[in-house]
Ligand binder design. Structure first.
Ligand SMILES: Nc1ncnc2c1ncn2[C@@H]1O[C@H](COP(=O)(O)OP(=O)(O)OP(=O)(O)O)[C@@H](O)[C@H]1O
Ligand SMILES: [Mg+2]
Length: 263
């Protein structure tokens, strides 16, 4: 029943680049209904998808819909519904981007402790849980950096969690923590994707670190300054450098994901 993918990792490793590109590649196939979800408060997934700022500003963030959340899920601190109605949300709060993909902004999620059961979290959890309904739906969730939000239900109910790492021990240590949290949340398929790989030595490092730490490496994206250029210009990487090595690597990651879910 569809594919739900979340992209997590340390700050600045390339989560948005990977999430945006994956979403575009699935959408280009024309056989998937792609929904990209931005749960990072910085809300910058739109540009990696190739959606203009003007378009992006036409929709509001779900987390800012306090009245709607209150109506559906209850008041903070009060009795709230665990299963609020969310089925109409993607329709009402999404914009359409290139290749027919859709984007929803979630925005800032309550940070009141891990596993917080406040209404807005219940609402967002319900939204993510009910999203994939059709076999051809693909949902790609760009997560906030770090791990604080992972207990808040946003990483739950995904089929595949991709943790982006870069050549460096800090991103690997965090990846290990994310993997553990993902496992605790019941995510069955968790992989790392190495990004910003600047040569053979760095490639060797990420391969060794992955196997030593029990992390399964799904793909390797080379370092490419043109990605920074694309970011600065607000152009989607897949439009700016479609035939580059990092974009080729994401194409391979997408094929692997299709294989994983088929088996
Ligand atoms: N393979 C790469 N080579 C060079 N630069 C890259 C590569 N991948 C991403 N970048 C650049 O690194 C910066 C951070 O990337 P991105 O925004 O995708 O990371 P992020 O993990 O989403 O960051 P944040 O934690 O702030 O949300 C951007 O300027 C992006 O263009
Ligand atoms: Mg990001």
């Amino acid at each position: 029943m569809g594919i739900k993918i979340s992209v997590a990792g340390k700050g600045g490793v390339g989560k948005t680049t990977l999430a945006g590109t994956l979403a575009r590649l699935f959408a280009k196939d024309k056989k998937y209904n792609v929904l990209a979800i931005d749960t990072d408060p910085a809300l910058n997934l739109f540009s990696a998808l190739g959606i203009s700022k003007e378009e992006f500003e036409k929709i509001e963030a779900i987390s800012e819909q306090s009245k709607l959340i209150e109506e559906r899920a209850g008041k903070p601190g009060g009795v709230f519904k665990v299963n609020p109605k969310v089925s109409d949300i993607p329709e009402k709060f999404s914009i359409t981007g290139p290749d027919g993909l859709k984007l929803i902004k979630i925005g800032t999620i309550d940070k009141a402790g891990t596993g917080c059961l406040c209404p807005s979290n219940a609402f967002i959890r319900a939204l993510l849980f009910h999203l994939v309904l059709n076999p051809n739906d693909v949902v790609v969730i760009d997560m906030e950096a770090g791990i604080e939000h992972l207990g808040r239900g946003v990483a739950q109910n995904v089929d595949i969690m991709l943790i982006v790492v870069e050549p460096g021990s800090r991103s690997f240590q965090l990846a290990k923590k994310i993997q553990k949290l993902g496992n605790d949340l019941g995510v069955k398929k968790i992989y790392v994707v190495a990004n910003k790989i600047g040569g053979a030595e760095e490639e060797k490092f990420v391969k060794e670190a992955s196997s030593e730490m029990g992390l399964e490496l799904l793909g390797i994206m080379p370092l490419d300054r043109k990605l920074v250029e694309a970011d600065l210009k607000g152009i989607a990487p897949i439009d700016y450098i479609p035939d580059s090595k990092p974009m080729q690597a994401v194409k391979e990651i997408k094929s692997k994901i299709l294989n994983i879910v088929a088996n």
